[in-house]
Design a protein around this ligand. Sequence first.
Ligand code: MN
Length: 434
Amino acid sequence: MPSTSPLRSWVASANGHRDFPLQNLPLGVFSHNGSAPRSGVAIGEHIFDLEAALAAGVFEGLARTAVEATRGGQLNGFFQLGREARVALRERLLELFTEGSTLHGKLEAQGAKLLPLATDCQMHLPAKIGDYTDFYVGIEHAQNVGKLFRPDNPLLPNYKHVPIGYHGRASTVRPSGTDVRRPKGQTLPAGHSEPTFGPCARLDFELELGIWIGQGNDMGDSIEIADAADHIAGYCLLNDWSARDIQAWEYQPLGPFLSKSFITSVSPWVITAEALAPFRRAQPARPDGDPQPLAYLLDPRDQASGAFDIELEVLLTTESMRETGLPPHRLTLSNTRHMYWTVAQMVAHHSVNGCQLQAGDLFGSGTLSGPHNDQFGSLLEITEGGKKPIELASGEVRKFLEDGDEIILRARCVREGFASIGFGECRGTVLPAR
Ligand code: MN
C-alpha cells in the first residue's frame, strides 16, 4: 500500500526535492574541486561521494561490492553487476540517509568531503558508452514525421511489427551542459536540383528517454523478453539533436547519418528501476486492427507492467530572453506513455539476432510526442517543418533553433501517495557553426 507519509531524510534539502528526494537515489559520475571523476549519488542539493564513503568504511557485503564496482570514474562495472547488487546498495543508502540513521552524525561531520553541494560539482557521462542505438518507438512522432516526409504513406508497413532503430554514434554523446556546435553539411534547398554545402539551417531537438544497458549478452546469444528488464541498469533523458535539412537529403535509403551524429546530450544521473517502480504502468492495449507482437517480443509480465508514466517537458530560452530575465518558454509536455514498444521489447529485439549488448551501451527511445501540438517532442512537428513558426514572449519567432538558443529537457514522476521524483535536467545551448 502507498505510504501516506513518505520516508524523510536528515539531508534537509532532500525532503520534497523536485528531482532527488530520498526515494530516488540516482547514481552518476562527478568531480569536485578539480578531483578526478568519481561516482556519487544525488540526494537533495548534495552529491554523496561514494568513493569517500567507501574509504570511510560505511559499506559492507554486496553493497560494498557494488560501490567498489563504481570506482574509476565510470559505472560500467556497476552496471554489469546487475540488479541484486544495485538493490543492496539502494537499501544501504536508504539506511544511511533516512531520518534517525545511526550514522547521521558520522556522515554529517565530514561535511563537504562526503556531501558536497551539487552546484560546486561538475557532472560527467556516467559510463563509457560502447554503442549507442536510437529507436523510433514514439508512434505519434513516427506518424507526424511520416506525414511531413511522405504525406501519402506516413507509417511504413513494418512499424507495428518491428521496433525500428538505427545504430547511432557513441563517440559524440555528451553530458548535459555541453554546448551544441551547429553542424555543417550537404543539403538540397527547396526548389533546387543540386545540393549545397553549409551550416545547417533547420537545427532541431528530439525529446527522448535514454536507457542504460546493464548486464549484456554474449555474441550469438539473445536476451529473452522475459529477462530483458533485468538487463537494464537505468534511465536518463536524451536529446537527439537533429539537422533536419541534412537529414532530409541523406536519409534514404539507409537512415540518418551525419544529421544526428554531431552530438547527443544526456542527463547525467542514472535513474534506477527501483526508483521508478511506483511509476510503472501496463503497456497500453493496441488499437483494434493492429497486429499482435511476434512471440519473441511478447511477455505477459512486460505487457502488465513494462511501461512508464513519466512526464516529459521541453523548455526553450533564447539569448535575448535570458538577457531580459524572461522565463523559459515551455514547448512541450509529453509522457513516456506514448511508446508503442516497451523498453524490454527494444532489448529483446536488439539482441534477437545474436548482436552483443554490453554494460554501458545506451539506447534512445525515439522522440516521445503526444497526440497534440503542445505535446510534440521536436520543432519539426511543432512548426510543421517550419510552416507554422512559434512566437515567444520576447517577440521573437522560431521555426527551428537559432544560435544562442538553449533547450532544457526535464522529466518528473508523480503518483498519489508516493514521493515524486525527477531526472534532473538535460541542457544544451546552440553555438554558431565554425
Ligand atoms: Mn531520435
